[in-house]
Design a protein around this ligand. Structure first.
Ligand code: PHE
Ligand code: NA
Length: 452
């Protein structure tokens, strides 16, 4: 059977960008930057983008394009004993898929709440006690499924399933062609409004003010690299699967640069949006900004709702913000599920419809663990392990295999032969030396910290 193909080049780029731009850009990047030295974070971040992000993206695009398979098949074509690496990545992708969808589900709920700000004034208590029902250990609640969390997750799964089931061009590409322009428009509209609020510029000062003392801190570098791999969706079998649907004639270098730059540019824009809002909030509440910012889950579901309460026309800005979060999350979720589905289609020769049904069905059932009142705890645990260990290990192994068992110069001549502009020797140096060394150091540090 002939492999499916993207309809247009723009369609592929939008899908790759849709995968890359996700929850991570909107709620993870801003607080990572803030926590790790503000403006000074951008130095390790840009370094990681140039030495790891771009080369990695070029490498994965070339693997998928040349070997025409999802990760397990692509790696097995490189050597019979490498198929496991593809399955390991597919496994990580599956784990991400089941908790990522929980956060999308929360965002869908909050999209609903935003019209009337029904989260009330104590957004912290609302999120943790009323919505997630943490600490409610009444027997009727304990271990039970929270339907109000499960239902929005069903909606998210439904949309992902529809896209995957329909196919690469008619489903995934079409979904991204609608979602991505919509996302850009919404975020730009939000910025256009909030940037003029009192205090917004103070917020931006906070974000961009460099704390150079942090630049020699290993934790900051670790955060930058972790963020780059997560944000670009590389090392999880995803970009390999997406690029396996590229037509023969494809400008790999250009596509890779565009995907990385659009994603990282979007992160900056999201950072500006979030910190303008936080600056405004600090001003309104006459508090220092440090008391207003929060990290992680709390940022999107506690702090932002509280800020929305204070905004002009909250019934418009609130829903737009959460719709943006939902759209960003869904386009990434679709890509994660496609990585798994395409691996199964390759291996078991199932039809797309059958594979999509089984993957989404099983994924849905497993993801319900996150719709219980132990969900957040589990999510924190899994998220920590994925970001600090599994992800880095997977990327490191991939780099070592490609960089040292194969000839990286072959990849370089391959992509250069089909791309409009060519990449130099730096590509090989990054893949073989810079990135693996950085990753090994960071992984080592993280492992020591985890087990201490
Ligand atoms: N890149 C996405 C983000 O920034 C997350 C993601 C991770 C998507 C892994 C797919 C795979 O949110
Ligand atoms: Na991203």
């Amino acid at each position: 059977m002939k492999r499916e193909q993207w309809g247009t080049r723009a369609g592929f780029i939008l899908a790759a960008v849709g995968s890359a731009i996700g929850l991570g850009n909107i709620w993870r990047f801003p607080y990572m930057a803030y926590e790790n030295g503000g403006g000074a974070f951008f130095i390790p971040y840009l370094f990681a983008m140039l030495t790891a992000g771009i080369p990695f993206m070029i490498m994965e695009f070339s693997l998928g394009h040349k070997l025409r398979g999802a990760a397990p098949r692509a790696f097995s074509k490189l050597g019979v004993r490498l198929e496991w690496l593809g399955w390991f990545q597919v496994f990580i992708a599956s784990v991400i898929a089941v908790y990522y969808v929980a956060v999308i589900g929360w965002a869908i709920s909050y999209l609903g709440f935003a019209f009337t700000q029904s989260w009330g004034s104590d957004t912290n208590a609302f999120f943790f006690s009323e919505y997630l029902k943490l600490g409610d250990n009444s027997p009727s609640n304990l271990g039970g499924l929270q339907l109000h969390i499960a239902i929005p997750m069903v909606i998210a799964w439904g949309i992902t399933f529809a896209a995957i089931f329909t196919g690469v061009k008619g489903g995934i590409e079409r979904a991204n062609k609608i979602m991505m322009p919509l996302l850009f428009l919404m975020v730009l509209a939000l910025i256009a409004r909030v940037i003029f609020l009192d205090g917004a510029l103070d917020g931006l000062n906070y974000l961009f003010q460099p704390d150079f003392s942090k630049i020699l801190d290993a934790k900051v570098w670790s955060a930058a690299y972790g963020q780059i791999f997560f944000t670009l969706s590389v090392g999880f079998a995803i970009m390999i699967a997406y690029s396996s649907y590229l037509p023969e004639k494809s400008d790999i270098n250009n596509n890779a640069f565009m995907t990385v730059l659009i994603n990282c540019g979007f992160s900056m824009v999201a950072g500006i949006l979030i910190f303008s809002v936080l600056g405004y909030m600090a001003q309104e509440q006459a508090k220092p900004l440090t008391e207003v910012v929060s990290a992680g889950v709390g940022l999107a579901f506690v702090t932002i709702p509280a800020a929305i309460n204070l905004l002009p026309a909250p019934y418009i800005l609130g829903p737009v913000f959460f719709l943006a979060l939902v759209v960003a999350g869904l386009s990434s979720h679709i890509s994660i599920i496609e990585a798994v589905t395409s691996a199964i289609i390759d291996k078991l020769k199932w039809s797309r419809k059958k594979a999509a049904s089984v993957v989404c069905g099983v994924g849905f059932v497993v993801s319900m663990a996150f719709a219980t009142n132990g969900g957040l705890l589990l999510l924190d645990l899994v998220d920590y392990f994925i970001n600090n260990v599994a992800l880095l290990a997977s990327c490191l192994i991939e780099l070592l295999v490609i960089g040292w068992l194969l000839k990286v110069s072959d990849i370089r001549s391959y992509v250069n032969s089909i791309s409009e502009f060519t990449i130099g020797k730096w590509f090989e140096i990054c893949i073989r030396f810079v990135s693996p060394i950085m990753l090994a150091i960071i992984l080592g540090t993280n492992l020591t910290n985890t087990f201490n």
